[in-house]
Design a protein around this ligand. Sequence first.
Ligand code: HEC
Length: 199
Amino acid sequence: MKEDNKRPKQKLKTGEKLLFIVAGAFVVLGVITFGIMQYVMATSDKPLFEQHTHFDLSKLGEKGSQIYRHQACSECHRAMSEGTNMGNSLDGIGSRYGAAWIEKFLTHPEETYNHRTMDHGKKPKQAYYVAELPKEDIHALAVFLSELKSDQGSSSSPVPPKGESPFIDQMVKTWAPDEWKHKYTDIRDKLPQKTGEAE
Ligand code: HEC
């Protein structure tokens, strides 16, 4: 358009204005929905996500949970909806490992994993202090962690969901070679099975 040339240079073109309006609308929308989400989270008594882990602490487990808090494990780990994601989540760990395995890991991390670790282990690794805690404290920690269970079928559980799953059936049919059917047993045929000792 010729007329455009006469206008002062600072003026935006229609397309540019439109672009700013659309981008601005996205920002405003983002701020509004974030506000709504925060409001819902603060006022709803239902959790935003379904909980698939649970715990029922024994006396010793309770003591372990206090040590867990005092020893700053949650600076790296997540458990009972608290902590960070620097290390792995420990919710549901008791459905994968028993107290004995956990105790062994806490005192001899690399030997238990059978390969190198990042934070647990000897100085100068950051979580070196864990293996140096008093024996009773490590034992209580292990008992506490072994009482953090996950529901069957949840992402932290070694056991698949209850009942028939057309999705899993289809996946097995598509991806498992025929010979596997003779070599391995389907874990679902072994249910209900004891968890906690699993490894
Ligand atoms: C500096 C970060 C850090 C701190 C502090 C820390 N951990 Fe860890 N933890 C890790 C990382 C990372 C791993 C994975 C193994 C590795 O590479 O060290 C791990 C692994 C574990 C595991 C094995 C989990 C699995 O599924 O294999 C347990 C159990 C555990 N930590 C318990 C604890 C306890 C109990 C404390 C506190 C006394 C603690 N950790 C403090 C970072 C940390």
